[in-house]
Design a protein around this ligand. Structure first.
Ligand SMILES: [Zn+2]
Length: 230
């Protein structure tokens, strides 16, 4: 089945019809958050969003699209990816057996999370378009994941601290979402926008800046939260 809205083309199966209107409306209403941050217009080609019914199928799509071997272990928490204008997104009805499985009583909360996560993937899509327009091939991972987590509001209200070292954060084999979030939040809230967008276009600058300044400043800041000073 297919639904086309202002921002996206959704392809999905019948059992996902119950949430498709809510999901597309949420994306249409919040796409501006991503566009405003990257200071670009809505891309002419809408994002293609494929909702995959089960985690097994999601993992198979993930592996074949990246030419990974059948034995490759896709992390159990992975439920969305964005690449070349296509978002692959695990259905909320396929969370069983993943780290996102939830109790029926928490269904409302799970839907909120489901919506924020599609916005997270959409931020990646806009980041990709921004890079194309700027002729830049790559944004450093901590910024890519940090801005998607920050703009989608996924970590709002959580009391977080930096936990990983600079080296671990800069190693592309790792995933430290809380740390990426804290660093990017500090960057966005304390530095001029042109400078911030410049870092998104230069991996070298982004890595140097993290090593020489951002990490220490963000760490000093998170140690001074009111919760810790009581
Ligand atoms: Zn992401």
């Amino acid at each position: 089945m297919q639904k086309i809205c202002k921002t996206a083309i959704f392809d999905f199966q019948e059992k996902d019809q119950d949430l498709i209107d809510e999901l597309s409306k949420f994306l249409d209403e919040n796409a501006k958050i991503a566009l405003d941050f990257f200071e670009i217009e809505m891309p002419k080609d809408k994002v293609q969003i494929n909702i995959i019914p089960s985690k097994e199928e999601f993992d198979n799509v993930f592996k074949s699209s990246r030419s990974l071997s059948k034995d490759y272990q896709v992390p159990s928490w992975l439920r969305g990816t964005c690449r070349d204008g296509v978002i692959t997104y695990l259905s909320i009805h396929g969370y069983n057996g993943t780290t996102h499985a939830f109790d029926e009583k928490d269904y409302e909360k799970a839907i909120e999370d489901y919506k924020k996560t599609i916005l997270h993937e959409y931020v990646h899509f806009i980041n990709e378009n921004f890079n194309k327009q700027k002729n830049c091939s790559y944004t450093e991972r901590y910024l890519v994941e940090g801005i998607a987590t920050y703009l989608s509001g996924q970590k709002e209200g959580q009391n977080l601290q930096l936990t990983a070292s600079k080296e671990k954060i800069l190693n592309p084999r790792n995933y430290y979402y809380n740390d990426y979030y804290l660093l990017t939040k500090y960057l966005v809230e304390n530095y001029d926008k042109p400078f911030v967008l410049e870092l998104f276009q230069s991996s070298r600058m982004a890595r140097d800046f993290l090593t020489n300044e951002l990490y220490d400043k963000a760490q000093g800041h998170s140690n001074k939260t009111p919760e810790n000073s009581i």
